[in-house]
Design a protein around this ligand. Structure first.
Ligand SMILES: [Fe+2]
Length: 300
């Protein structure tokens, strides 16, 4: 049965590209691979880019790109979507080229962005630097685990869970239900792909001006979370959640606000699921230490 290999890239919109350029390069340590008047591409490994920012007033994620293991598996996956009654678009050669992929399909997400599917990326570059020299360690943790994870906010929680599990075919990882006030729960559900990053996508339902609550990217070395935190605070980048640790994916991380207004989590040490020994749990807290909310950041 064809299923998703990993989350490969996201595309988001922003009013200002120069802000994203310095944020991506000077705060996070990515390489600016391509920029023009309409977009900027951020590189994190041998792939041509993992994050593309396009000019737009509605600053949010517009596309999530997923990799399939082979062209044959891509075709099977697309046929399965069609058999489920999903409206699938085969994107033009021009759009495929803009994503640096051979063949590209897309479908609508119930929360207002699009999912894209491909099997083969072009312009893989194994000789150029994969990250800036401000990163102390070996760079970003990607490869088969993909870009990281996204947390799109659900308009309708049950409908979104059904879509991510039964339409996209993601594997259930676990769930967190935290009582944040008497009778009021924060509830999030986590999903992984076959390559095992604890989650490539999680969702929950709460008031939010953005579909994308946050994108997570991971460093190979723990110190890079700390020195990125120092760079961010020195540059007055708004910190959303201070350093802390999640009980389910074991991620050590902090969250800051991107120039588009959604969050980005920079992490280290995320769990990779060993499917044979995996027993999903429901956790009572989002974080087992830290991740204190910056009170200046509430609903800005
Ligand atoms: Fe996260």
């Amino acid at each position: 049965m064809a299923e998703l290999h990993c989350l490969s890239y996201i595309i988001a919109t922003a009013k200002s590209l120069p802000e994203w350029e310095s944020f991506g390069r000077d705060i996070i340590g990515m390489i600016i691979n391509d920029k023009n008047d309409n977009s900027i591409s951020l590189k994190m490994d041998a792939e041509p880019w993992r994050i593309k920012i396009e000019i737009g007033d509605h600053e949010d994620m517009t596309h999530a790109g997923w990799k399939l293991s082979s062209e044959a598996e891509l075709i099977e996956y697309i046929n399965n979507l069609k058999a489920k009654g999903v409206e699938v678009t085969k994107e033009s050669d021009e759009t495929a080229k803009s994503r640096a992929v051979k063949t590209l399909y897309s479908i609508a997400d119930p929360n207002g962005y699009r999912h894209e599917f491909y099997a083969e990326r072009t312009n893989i570059d194994n000789s150029s630097p994969t990250h800036s020299t401000i990163i102390r360690g070996k760079g970003f943790k990607t490869e088969d685990l993909g870009l990281g994870h996204i947390l799109p906010v659900a308009k309708n929680y049950q409908e979104s869970l059904d879509f991510y599990k039964n339409t996209l075919g993601l594997r259930y990882s676990d769930r967190i239900i935290q009582e944040i006030a008497p009778g009021i729960n924060a509830d999030a559900t986590f999903f992984h792909t076959k390559t095992g990053r604890h989650h490539s996508l999680a969702t929950g339902q709460f008031p939010s001006p953005k579909v994308l609550n946050h994108l997570m990217i991971e460093f190979q070395d723990m110190d890079d979370v700390g020195v990125a935190y120092d760079r961010a605070t020195k540059a007055n980048v708004p910190i959303v959640l201070e350093l802390g640790h999640h009980p389910n994916d074991k991620m050590f991380s902090f969250y800051m606000r991107t120039p588009s207004g959604f969050g980005i989590e920079l992490g280290y040490g995320g769990l990779v699921i060993d499917e044979k020994n995996w027993a999903p749990q429901v956790y009572p807290v989002m974080s087992d230490w830290g991740h204190k909310r910056n009170m200046n950041m509430i609903e800005k």
